[in-house]
Design a protein around this ligand. Structure first.
Ligand code: ZN
Ligand code: ZN
Length: 260
């Protein structure tokens, strides 16, 4: 399998997953024209899998469904929130579904949506965890990160930037709450707790435009990982651009005393 981010952040999120047999969209929240352009070079998409119903994850769903006969798959809560239609498929939180040679586990997360989830993608030789939009990290999320060769994890805001931002107090409270978003520090702590020696690279996702910068996010996470003896390549996903394609060959991990 191959995975590409088509854009990441509060303005829109989507990933393109390509297997030998099919093309799958994970979330559908970037611009319809961006998705159309990317799909021109792919087998027609068969499936759209949604993490939750917030518009930055679903806003181009109708446009994609007008052009392509895709099955929509999400948790019952998410499908209910966007208006469940005939032929769409429920994926219970905690379940694992097969899509050809790739299986996808639906990992429950804490966020202010009906029934949000992250994903653990597994093929014969590769595992990728994708977890964005969560207020706190639960044990299922930590297990998914530990299982993965590549990790895509939210690093939404820098605590200092959010504190001094012009956002109203109620919005700051919502972002920091257990059903809001992960700070750079929260993200770093989760990675320090759960990365294993097989983790080949980390992508930081869903960075806030107003309360974060790619430099701050990467620096916070890298510093925390290095302090715990983990030398893993860390990249912040772009808001409006496609990413590299996973898996790429990341430089070999440096073995430190902490790995022993
Ligand atoms: Zn959300
Ligand atoms: Zn979001």
């Amino acid at each position: 399998m191959k995975l590409t981010s088509l854009g990441s952040g509060s303005s829109g999120n989507a990933f393109l997953l390509q297997t030998d047999e099919q093309t799958i969209l994970l979330d559908c929240g970037v611009g319809a024209r961006t998705i159309q352009k990317v799909l021109l070079g792919c087998t027609a998409p068969s499936t759209v899998i949604l993490s939750h119903e917030h518009s930055d994850h679903v806003k181009s769903l109708k446009s994609v469904l007008r052009r392509h006969a895709c099955e929509v798959v999400a948790t019952p809560g998410t499908l209910g929130a966007i208006g469940h239609e005939a032929g769409w498929r429920n994926a219970q939180t905690g379940s694992r579904l097969d899509f050809g040679s790739v299986s996808i586990s639906f990992v429950g997360v804490s966020h202010d949506a009906a029934e949000p989830c992250g994903f653990l993608l597994e093929s014969a030789d590769l595992r990728i965890a994708i977890v964005t939009d969560l207020g706190v990290v639960n044990t299922d999320v930590l297990d998914a990160i530990s299982a993965a060769d590549f990790v895509v994890l939210e690093s939404n805001y820098d605590e200092g930037m959010l504190r001094s931002s012009h956002y109203p107090a109620h919005l700051k409270r919502r972002i920091r709450s257990e059903v809001g978003h992960l700070s750079n520090e929260d993200c770093a702590a989760a990675l320090v707790h759960s990365l294993t020696s097989k983790t080949r690279a980390v992508w930081l996702s869903h960075l806030s435009h107003n309360n974060n910068t790619p430099v701050a996010a990467v620096a916070t996470v890298r510093e925390a990982l290095l302090a715990s003896g983990e030398d893993v390549p860390v990249t912040a996903l772009a808001r409006f651009d496609t990413s590299q394609i996973l898996p790429y060959s990341a430089p070999p991990r440096q073995v430190s005393l902490f790995d022993v």
